[in-house]
Design a protein around this ligand. Structure first.
Ligand code: KG4
Ligand code: ZN
Length: 342
């Protein structure tokens, strides 16, 4: 089955074509330059840019996949969570295509799509992996951080979530405090490469808390107070050390909870997804922990599948179809900015 995926949940306009697990095309029009001067995503600008770009991105995705709209078997569109007015652009486009080409549409949960991204393959069907289930998945991005037990595709148990900022959001805010650009995660990662991670003494948030939830606001506050009286010159001199200290603590928090969850839930494998998983430090540490725990770690086969993309939406939509959600009643699909996984 050929599935067209559409994602306009945040600041990227994404359209892709997927056939079973194979990605035939995965087009992204990034709005980073548009939002970076504001230090974060401006919803109204995002909606406008999605509207301007979506037809072009759709055309490119179909052309690259060498698939005509008539040959698409199903449309999958992100229903939530995400920025409300941005989500609306993708949903409207999916409905417009459904009418014009008589297609069915399924509304996909963006977090489920991130979770399933390690199952995706390139157009030649590589990698041919079978992920042992149940898997424990750490999914971390700008909008969400969660620990999820994937019992099977479509059957999830959310065991932990961020009670305040998502991990990516915390990184973005720390970068902003240092006067760096947006998104902050990749900028901090670059700087952190030459810094000392123990330069600042920062807490591991919620270390004593028995749940698997995360919290990053205390860490952010501690970081803020430690540097608030510093001169700009001093901050500038210590940028690498500051980036490294903050980044390491965010990642250690995630890994600490993950390791504890392994003891209780005894998964057969580990999965890492979401934008923050593009981070080299986190990937390396996750692989190291996996090795120590005797568990294989599965990350999406390319870094492009960590950050927002529509291939994961198409794949998640296909899985819904296989579960019997066939998309006949697509007229009822409405945006759900706070959509939950379960
Ligand atoms: O998954 P994603 O593209 O969008 C959401 O669904 O939120 O994730 C975006 C987040 C941003 O907070 C960004 O700073 C972070 O992922 N991010 C990274 C890296 N690349 C993106 N964080 C740390 N290191 C990176 N290399
Ligand atoms: Zn995302």
């Amino acid at each position: 089955m050929k599935v067209l995926g559409i994602d306009t949940s945040c600041d990227d306009t994404c359209v892709a074509v997927v056939e079973e697990r194979k990605i035939l095309s995965n087009e992204i029009s990034s709005q980073i330059s548009l939002h970076s001067k504001f230090g974060g995503v401006v919803p109204d600008l995002a909606r406008k840019a999605h509207k301007e770009n979506i037809d072009f991105v759709l055309k490119k995705a179909l052309e690259k996949a060498r698939v005509k709209m008539e040959e698409v078997d199903l449309i999958a569109v992100t229903q939530g969570p995400g920025l409300s007015i941005a989500l609306g652009v993708g949903i409207d486009k999916a409905k417009e295509l459904a009418i014009k080409f008589e297609k069915k549409v399924v509304g996909v949960n963006h977090i489920e799509a991130h979770l399933l991204s390690p199952w995706l393959q390139n157009s030649r069907g590589k990698p041919e992996r079978t992920i042992p289930l149940p898997a424990l998945a750490l999914t971390v991005s700008g909008g969400h951080s969660s620990l999820v037990v994937i019992e099977e595709i479509g059957k999830y148990k959310v065991i932990g979530e961020s009670v305040d900022d998502a991990a990516g959001e915390a990184l973005d805010k720390a970068a902003k405090m240092l006067g760096l650009g947006y998104p902050g995660g990749p900028i901090l990662e670059q700087l952190a490469k030459t810094g000392k991670k123990d330069f600042l003494t920062l807490p591991i948030p919620m270390a004593k808390d028995k749940s698997y939830n995360f919290s990053f606001s205390g860490l952010k506050t501690s970081f803020y107070y430690q540097i608030k009286d510093w001169s700009e010159e001093e901050k500038g001199r210590q940028l690498a050390n500051l980036a490294s200290s903050f980044q390491a603590k965010v990642m250690e928090t995630l890994l600490y909870k993950l390791e504890r969850a392994v003891v209780e839930f005894r998964p057969k494998s580990l999965i890492g997804t979401g934008g923050v998983m593009a981070n080299q430090y986190l990937r390396k540490q996750l692989r190291r922990r996996g090795k120590d725990l005797g568990l294989k770690v599965y990350l999406p086969y390319t870094k492009k599948l960590n950050t927002d993309n529509a291939a994961m939406i198409a794949f998640a939509g296909l899985q819904m179809y296989k579960r019997g959600i066939t998309g006949e009643d697509w007229q009822k699909i409405e945006r759900e900015p706070r959509m939950k996984l379960i």
